[in-house]
Design a protein. Structure first.
Length: 202
């Protein structure tokens, strides 16, 4: 290949890359989530998680006077209904399809799971009233919720509590933070990280 032909091909390749980068730059967009209900300013937001397609965002207001929210482009930010104490609650995770939301009450912690069909359902804990539980994340299909009960890592599979055993040394308190898409693998821990597979720590 001649130097001229090589130079021409390099020039065309550079032009193609420039065009692709330009298209990518044009495709990227930024959109503010808007205000909370009652025209509360967006600076009060604390978004925590997003659905797989990016169309559902969940979190809680920093003002401490509003319910945790579920945001979509169509509806904007809407309070999560059915909570016993909305102003003391936080939404921390959402399933891939955006239909399952998890979170917890802050002062006397109780974990909840929310769906549009059932509203908020409080998840069981070791105490009969559910106090002591926090939900931090949820699997893609919404069936496995992870968090803590009495400062120990825990999971709820189809609503049933499963305490996650810690390794025998090096751990005193902890929580489960995230689950794989199918819920079989959970990560979290105490002062060190732990990976559970089918409920067994590795």
């Amino acid at each position: 290949m001649s130097n001229r032909a090589s130079w021409y091909r390099q020039l065309m390749a550079a032009a193609a890359c420039s065009t692709l980068l330009g298209v990518a730059a044009q495709a990227a967009t930024f959109a503010a989530l808007g205000d909370l209900p009652g025209n509360r300013p967006r600076r009060s937001w604390s978004p925590q998680d997003v659905s797989a397609d990016g169309r559902v965002v969940v979190g809680w207001p920093l003002s401490g006077a509003d319910s945790p929210f579920r945001w979509t482009p169509e509806s904007g930010a809407q309070p999560i209904g059915g909570l016993a104490r909305p102003a003391a609650s936080r939404a921390t995770g959402v399933s891939d399809d955006g239909n399952v939301i998890v979170g917890y009450e802050t002062d006397t912690p109780r974990a909840f799971l929310w769906t549009a069909a059932s509203g908020a359902v409080y998840l069981p804990a070791l105490a009969p009233d559910g106090v002591g539980a926090k939900a931090w994340g949820v699997s893609a299909d919404g069936r496995t919720v992870v968090g803590s009960v009495d400062n120990q890592p825990a999971a709820w599979i189809d609503g049933q509590l499963q305490m996650l055993a810690l390794p025998p040394t090096g751990f005193t308190i902890g929580a489960a933070w995230e689950a794989s898409d199918d819920g079989r693998v959970i990560v979290g821990g105490g002062f060190n990280g732990v990976r559970w597979v089918d409920g067994v720590a590795e």
